[in-house]
Design a binder for this molecule. Structure first.
Ligand code: F6P
Length: 359
């Protein structure tokens, strides 16, 4: 009988609970013991480690659709890899984790995390040398390399699209525009997908430079006096500071375009998990369990041409664009961005959406 652990780290997103529930279902079928580690690495920092025996716990399948994580994602104030590095306490932090992992005596640990968590797990890989480490990618930003989708992205797109659907109605009544600021950090995937889904007239993403005058004239010449301008939180406007949506809104107002800003914020990480995310969660959970059976370690599940398989963490960390973590300058995280030949960019332009200066 194997004993496995599950840990959710980094920001939450919808789909984590489906992933946990499916891992538990598949592991139970194999007769394995499953421990949930509470609050990400916080649960390993304390002694004894904060865990919960999932086999004996009622995880109703109907609750698997709920956002957040049954296991929680940790407290921002606690010592974690990032804060430990910032405070020069990495050795002390790692020693706590090592002790807890020894106490737990796991055969395998499934880490459900984003590019920061996965890059950190690789950077601190000697912590996991006595067990099999299997990662599952999750993030609403969809900024992880080597995978065509991540847990939580599709639900975030739906949440943001539904948010815009509601704004359209009030926008029409008042003949005015809404500048909606999406999440996504420095990656425009969420803004691009939800912008197209909701019918935005313009989508500004960090990957493409835009010209504010061209944006203004695009809106002035639109066949409508209301609509959505989707702005990714990662864009910047030279000579301006503050929230990107506010910067764009001020420019539109200065040209006489009536508008308001709207910030969906963490609602994008919430919402009942959509069917495609549940399917992805089920496939990744199945793949992770098979990887354990196959004695794999230091791997991550990926979606590649609609096939799910694992790739090594060493391949993962060297595949993306290496960006220094703002909180741990010595750590390089592996990131993916929208490629200039992403077909969605062409589709957006063909539909008359302003996406910036692509030529
Ligand atoms: O990485 C996920 C994400 O939601 C980003 O899109 C966003 O910039 C950030 O996390 C928000 O973080 P916090 O929950 O700490 O405000």
């Amino acid at each position: 009988m194997k004993k496995i652990g599950i840990m959710t780290t980094g920001g939450d997103c919808s789909g984590l609970n489906t992933t946990i529930q499916r891992i538990l279902t598949g592991a139970t079928k194999r007769g394995w013991q499953v421990l949930g580690i509470m609050d990400g690495t916080d649960g390993l920092y304390v002694n004894p480690p904060a865990t919960i025996g999932l086999n004996d716990m009622l995880l109703p399948i109907e609750n698997a659709r709920l956002a957040g994580s049954f296991l929680h994602n940790g407290r921002a104030t606690a010592l974690n890899f990032e804060t430990a590095a910032a405070q020069g306490k990495t050795d002390e932090f790692n020693a706590h984790l090592k002790k807890s992992l020894k106490t737990l005596n796991l055969d395998a640990l499934i880490l459900i995390g984003g590019n920061g968590s996965v890059s950190l797990a690789w950077a601190n890989r000697e912590l996991y040398q006595d067990l099999q480490l299997i990662c599952i990618p999750k993030t609403i930003d969809m900024d992880m390399p080597l995978t065509e989708n991540t847990i939580g992205f599709d639900t975030a797109v739906q949440q943001l699209t539904s948010f815009c659907d509601q704004l359209f109605l009030t926008a029409r009544s008042h003949h005015r525009w809404f500048v909606v600021q999406s999440m996504g950090r420095d990656c425009g995937q969420l803004a691009l997908h939800a912008g197209i889904a909701s019918g935005a007239s313009a989508i500004l993403i960090p990957e493409i430079k835009f010209d504010i005058d061209n944006l203004v004239s695009h809106i002035q010449n639109a066949n409508s006096d209301y609509g959505i301008i989707m702005v990714s939180e990662g864009i910047s406007l030279r000579g301006h500071s503050g929230k990107p949506a506010d910067m764009i809104s001020r420019k539109l107002s200065a040209s006489g375009i009536l508008n308001r800003t709207a910030f969906p914020e963490h609602i994008q990480r919430s919402g009942d998990t959509v069917a495609t995310d549940r399917i992805l969660a089920t496939r990744f959970a199945d793949c992770a369990l098979q990887a354990i059976e196959n004695n794999e370690t230091y791997v991550i599940t990926t979606l590649d041409c609609n096939n799910v398989h694992t790739v090594s963490l060493s391949e993962f960390v060297s595949a993306g664009e290496q960006v220094s973590d703002p909180k741990i300058p010595e750590l390089m995280t592996s990131n993916a961005y929208i490629s200039p030949d992403d077909p969605l960019l062409d589709v957006a332009q063909n539909m008359g959406i302003y996406i910036g200066e692509t030529k």
